[in-house]
Write a protein of this length. Structure first.
Lengths: 210, 121
């Protein structure tokens, strides 16, 4: 390591924070996609652990959203880029690599919308929500594109390792799922059976507690 | 229908309650661990980026080997190092493609020969 180009970190704190949050968001989203695909592929090796994986998927998704928010918000304090709220929230309008940054903004909004729609799934409709939720994987891939296209650390070995380690299993699971056909893994029959079972469990629990 | 105080039914109820409680506890543990893990991940990445920057190996700020990456970014903006020029006095001389950041001796020397030529003719 050479210290010849050493720089005072003070003025770059927001930039460092944004980069760290972006990298964390990428790793967390990859893990969340992984967990989500495992939840979708019920049974098999995960038998009996479905509830835990579902909780993990939800927690990872919320952590991803928080990291994305920090990634964008931290840039507002950066004196070099000095983006406005408009620049970080409206795609393809910023001055810095507008295409790749725009893709990232689209991915961020997409992940937020599809992730948070989980809490409105009863009003959206369970089946419709499920088919919409599958597009999260597409926004995740857009996020990877954004990282490689606009990421400052995109060429760094540690960063590529951090990208590949959680993303590789997610890609494998996604390809397996696509190979099998998205709709076949959780068929309407099986999903309704699960919903009925869950509803039965909930009502039983409420009856017990009352 | 069995009576409500049937010992078998009470036992089943207790078992169901315990199962639900255990499930909730597991979910809470998963959430707490995920939150902790996420914070650790963020802190580790932050430390890596920070160390990279202060040691002069930042891909956007370091001088020598990654100059090509910087030139792409600097089509629109001046170099990011403008905030901390005092930290790196030596490398400035080596950086030729940044005239607006550090007025190099070559930039000043270059126009000098021309007046001499015109003066002679």
């Amino acid at each position: 390591m050479s210290l010849a180009g050493a720089v005072s970190a003070g003025p770059h704190i927001f930039w460092i924070t944004s980069r760290a949050a972006g990298t964390a968001a990428l790793a967390l989203s990859s893990l969340a996609v992984c967990a989500g695909l495992l939840v979708g592929a019920r049974g098999g090796a995960l038998k009996g652990m479905g509830g835990d994986v579902k909780a993990l998927h939800e927690a990872l998704s919320l952590a991803t959203l928080a990291a994305i928010a920090v990634h964008g918000a931290a840039l507002l304090g950066d004196r070099y880029l000095h983006p406005s709220m408009f620049d970080i929230s409206v795609p393809f309008t910023g001055a810095y690599r507008p295409f790749w940054t725009g893709i990232g903004i689209v991915a961020g909004w997409g992940i937020a919308a599809l992730g948070l729609s989980y809490y409105a799934r009863t009003s959206v409709g369970q089946a419709r929500w499920r088919s919409l939720h599958r597009f999260t994987a597409l926004f995740w891939l857009l996020g990877i594109g954004h990282t490689l296209g606009a990421g400052t650390d995109a060429g760094q070995p540690w960063f590529l390792a951090m990208l590949a380690v959680p993303a590789a299993p997610a890609v494998v699971l996604l390809l397996r799922r696509l190979g099998r056909g998205y709709g076949k893994t959780v068929s309407p029959v099986s999903s309704s059976t699960i919903d009925i079972a869950t509803a039965g469990q909930t009502s039983a629990a409420s009856r017990i507690s009352s | 229908m069995p009576p409500m105080d049937d010992p078998g039914l009470l036992e089943a109820k207790g078992l169901a309650r315990a199962k639900i409680r255990a499930k909730r506890r597991r979910v809470r543990t998963v959430r707490r661990r995920t939150l902790r893990g996420s914070l650790v991940l963020f802190a580790v990445v932050w430390a890596i980026v920070f160390a990279q920057l202060v040691s002069g190996n930042d891909p956007a700020l370091s001088r020598a080997p990654v100059a090509d990456r910087r030139t792409v970014a600097h089509k629109v903006r001046p170099p990011r190092t403008e905030f901390a020029p005092e930290a790196e006095p030596e490398p400035l001389e080596e950086v030729a493609p940044e005239p607006e950041f550090a007025p190099e001796p070559e930039v000043e020397v270059a126009p000098e020969p021309e007046p001499i030529v015109t003066g002679a003719s």
